[in-house]
Design a protein around this ligand. Structure first.
Ligand code: TRP
Length: 448
């Protein structure tokens, strides 16, 4: 690669796999199915689909427009499209938000790798349900093992990202994502073939509007944005590597549909098996690391299913972490004019320190709290509840109000066989509907 050549995704399939890799993550596999089950099943699904199509896809296209028009990292993208204004602060906000998410995301990616390793060494089967709680708690509170695994994850990601957009991110995504889809389907079929599997499907899919609260509906909007990796310039960065043969509205729709399918199939993979063995759905990290090992251990060929599941979870989490990492690397490389390899070494060291601090907040640093939250929870709260909505609102306002309509029009129609005609409607969404919806969600989640 010559100097000044930033690299690009080589193929449309690579574009799709890399962006789907970013979108499909821990958010899809444990968070979505649980939220759906608790909020009236199909009723929640309908709100979620509306949120994805009415807000997620338009917001994603907005990030794509910024990225491909500028071909720059997220800070310089705003500098280029709105020179000498304060809009570049939005780019900095993205880098900071990405940094904060990375600091706790890498911890959980480390957990998935640890569980993959212990299931592969056959030491995850044969305990009682209570013992799995103990296994998990002993692990996360241990000062060394989680740290070792998060450092390993950072090194793996650093090596992939340092190899560049095409040879690193694109190549790995093209191998890993199809593997993820196959594993998901195999595990889903296996789960549905267990006795009484329909109970789990009922928990997920029965339409019960009485269980859908306003809170739940707002949760669906937040989940849609998080799951699609919106609000911090992740997709601005990825789309800065798109060539002109990529049809932006079409690609955004494909990503959103695949992401949605993975989220729903994750539920199909988890709940029938869970209910079949008479277990209760539990929230968040607990479900994947405490309840599922017990489910696998009661299944025939349990360790095989466990290995497959943790490989899937690890791939989903790793490809998302790669995209967070790339936001920061592209900024550091272009801002400080250093090589990718050097940027990856420096950032890996910083992530390792920050990740270790947030990991230790489950153990030795658990008494150190900020407004009553541990460091891990503070990183999570600050980024997902405060900074991401902020980024989402202003990105939408930027494209809606500030960017030249001609630019939007050109970007929407490059290489599209169908001329995108609804540009007025699109801009109306960016100017009003999306910012107001995110603001409502933001106020609601702060008040709660
Ligand atoms: N979308 C990923 C998930 O579902 C997480 C993620 C990656 C993300 N990059 C992001 C979330 C950027 C918000 C912004 O787990």
């Amino acid at each position: 690669m010559t100097k000044g050549d930033r690299g690009h995704f080589a193929t449309k399939f690579g574009v799709l796999m890399a962006t789907v890799g970013s979108a499909v993550g821990l958010g899809n596999i444990w968070r979505f199915p649980y939220q759906m089950g608790m909020n009236g099943g199909a009723a929640f699904l309908i709100v979620y689909i509306l949120a994805v199509f009415l807000m997620g896809i338009p917001a994603m296209v907005a990030e794509f427009i910024i990225g491909r028009e500028s071909h720059k990292n997220t800070v310089d993208a705003f500098n280029t499209l709105a020179p000498c204004t304060r809009w570049n602060l939005l780019g900095y906000l993205g880098v900071i938000t990405g940094g904060i998410i990375s600091c706790y995301y890498c911890v959980v990616v480390g957990w998935t790798l640890y569980y993959l390793c212990i299931s592969a060494s056959n030491s995850l089967v044969g305990y009682s349900p209570e013992q799995y709680n103990v296994v998990f708690n002993n692990f996360v509170t241990n000062p060394y093992i989680p740290t070792l695994f998060l450092v390993l994850v950072i090194v793996i990601t650093g090596v992939i990202v340092s190899r560049g957009v095409q040879n690193g991110i694109e190549r790995m995504s093209k191998i890993m994502m199809p593997m993820l889809f196959i594993l998901l389907i195999v595990l889903g079929i296996n789960s549905c073939m267990m006795p009484n599997a329909f109970q789990g499907l009922k928990f997920m899919f029965v339409y019960d509007a009485s269980k859908l609260t306003f809170d739940g509906a707002m949760g669906a909007v937040g989940q849609a944005f998080y799951s699609l990796s919106l609000g911090m310039g992740c997709l601005i960065t990825y789309s800065s590597y798109f060539k002109d043969n990529v049809d932006l509205p079409k690609t955004a729709s494909q990503i959103a549909i695949v992401d949605l399918l993975v989220a729903v199939l994750s539920g199909v993979m988890i709940f029938p098996a869970l209910f079949s063995l008479g277990m209760q759905p539990d929230e968040g990290a607990g479900l994947v690391f405490k309840v599922l090992p017990s489910v696998f251990s009661q299944m025939a060929l349990g360790s095989v299913w466990a290995i497959m599941f943790y490989v899937l979870l690890f791939i989903a989490a790793l490809t998302s972490f790669m995209s967070l990492y790339e936001v920061i690397i592209s900024f550091v490389v272009e801002k400080f004019n250093i090589t990718r390899v050097r940027a990856c070494i420096i950032m890996s060291a910083i992530f390792a320190v920050m990740g270790t601090i947030s990991s230790l907040s489950f153990g030795v640093l658990s008494d150190f709290t900020i407004f009553g939250n541990t460091i891990f929870d503070t990183f999570d709260y600050l980024s997902t509840t405060i900074l991401l909505p902020f980024g989402g609102i202003f990105t939408s306002l930027f494209v809606g109000w500030r960017l030249d309509k001609k630019v939007i029009n050109t970007q929407l129609n490059i290489n599209s066989p169908f001329k995108f005609k609804a540009i007025k409607v699109y801009i109306f969404f960016l100017r009003f509907i999306i910012p107001i919806a995110i603001l409502t969600m933001f106020v609601f989640s702060i008040v709660n």
